[in-house]
Design a protein around this ligand. Structure first.
Ligand SMILES: Nc1nc2c(ncn2[C@@H]2O[C@H](COP(=O)(O)OP(=O)(O)OP(=O)(O)O)[C@@H](O)[C@H]2O)c(=O)[nH]1
Ligand SMILES: [Mg+2]
Length: 395
């Protein structure tokens, strides 16, 4: 089984790429499963991926690194029940230092779980071009620190949403990234395009073996950046007498978004899943707001809609709660029955990884010669300590 760990900033396109890759693999007769992960309890991503009948498991209430055992338990569970050819595991978008806290511990302590372990980091091309051109970023310095550290530890950097860049900007970005990230493998991707998704999957199949370096990272800055992005979880049920519940749900979203805009609160990711008996729609807002978000939505005539809200915005839990109140008040009128449940708004705790491995792993753990790699694959291994006597792959 191949285990693909997917990191990268909030809203960078991880779930979109995983879902579309899973659909493609299933079409080709493969068995796939996904592990989702977030700070709260009720995850939009799990419901969204599950709506395509892709088997999922969750690591909730914290990131993979602080819940390493839960991650490995979920992978084991999926392996036992589904026997997938591959598992995608999507980490929290505000999480970094995954090489030291997830990849290396998996390689050292759980190597029996998988045959191959890959690591992709996603980044929104529009944020990346601003960052590389030293333009003002939409978040505070500590949050930007997480963004840069995620990019730094990537061995495969997937530069997503290139369809939203002009041809000229794409060319500039390609030049900038080729110079700045000469040692990384780069993919420029529109995750809505199956050919681009196939290219990512092919790259994952053929990644060269290389040593992964743990980050040199300041956890005080990282912890502050993580805490500054408040987590909000909410479920709103709307019932209308006149089949207008979908329209009312859009009004609720619009009101929340307008309030966030007015207060100039930076958005990491604000996502809504609208569910009814026969439909499920995900609506996302990221740091670069799309004012035309309603254009491609259907106008459904239904009496009941359940809205799941997950958000990471740069504000306090009190302000986040007040924004939801505003949304609820905007739709509360006669003929509309609104009920809420599961509201949670909090600042994520300080990152406290289960394991943190900073040293280089012995060659056999890096290049997995224990799994009978052939001679040329082992020779291609870039490990410093290939000649370590404790290593089983010396010739
Ligand atoms: N046009 C375009 N939109 C994309 C692409 N990739 C993702 N999106 C959109 O970007 C938004 C965020 O995508 P997600 O896949 O949910 O992002 P994520 O990284 O999983 O976000 P978190 O789980 O919150 O960290 C959604 O509206 C997607 O439809 C892309 O390549 N092109
Ligand atoms: Mg996601």
């Amino acid at each position: 089984m191949k285990l693909h760990i997917i990191g990268g900033f909030l809203g960078s396109g991880k779930t979109t790429a995983i879902t579309n890759a899973s659909k493609l693999l299933i079409l080709h007769g493969k068995k796939v499963a996904v592990v989702t992960n977030d700070q709260g309890k009720y995850l939009v991503d799990t419901s969204f991926i599950g709506s395509y009948d892709i088997p999922t498991a969750e690591v909730t209430n914290g990131c993979f690194c602080c819940n390493f055992n839960s991650l490995s338990d979920q992978v084991e569970l999926l392996e036992r029940i589904i026997k997938p050819d591959c598992i995608f595991a999507e980490s929290v978008g505000s999480c970094t230092d995954l090489v030291a806290t997830v990849l290396k511990p998996l390689q050292l302590l759980k190597k029996e779980l998988f045959d191959e372990l890959t690591f992709s980091v996603f980044v929104d091309s529009r944020l990346l071009i601003d960052y590389l051109q030293s333009k003002k970023m939409p978040f505070n310095d500590e949050i930007c620190y997480i963004f840069t550290k995620q990019i730094e530890e990537a061995d495969l950097l997937v530069i997503s949403k290139i369809d939203l860049l002009s041809a000229e900007d794409l060319e500039i970005l390609q030049d900038l990234t080729n110079t700045r990230f000469a040692r990384k493998i780069l993919i420029f991707q529109n995750s809505l395009n199956p050919r681009n998704i196939q290219n990512w999957l092919t790259t994952l199949e053929t990644l060269p073996i290389r040593r992964r370096d743990s980050l040199d990272i300041d956890y005080q800055i990282y912890g502050k950046g993580e805490a500054d992005l408040v987590w909000l979880d909410e479920e709103v049920n709307i019932h209308t007498e006149d089949q207008s519940a979908f329209k009312v749900a859009l009004l609720f979203i619009e009101s929340m978004v307008e309030e966030i805009k007015q207060k100039q609160i930076p958005i990491g990711h604000l996502k809504f899943l609208l569910k009814g008996e026969e439909f499920s729609h995900k609506i996302s807002f990221t740091s670069i707001l799309d004012d035309n978000w309603k254009i491609n939505l259907p106008s459904l005539m239904v009496g009941d809609v359940k809205i799941m809200v997950n958000s990471r915005i740069e504000t306090s839990p009190e302000v986040a709660r007040a924004i939801v109140r505003k949304g609820v008040n905007a739709i509360s009128r006669s003929g509309v029955l609104v009920s809420e449940s599961q509201e949670q708004a909090f600042q994520p705790g300080f990152p406290d990884p289960t394991h943190r491995i900073t040293r280089n792993l012995p060659c056999c753990d890096e290049c997995r010669c224990v799994k009978n790699l052939n001679k040329s694959q082992i020779e291609a291994c870039l490990c410093d300590n290939k000649a370590d006597e404790s290593c089983c792959c010396i010739f």
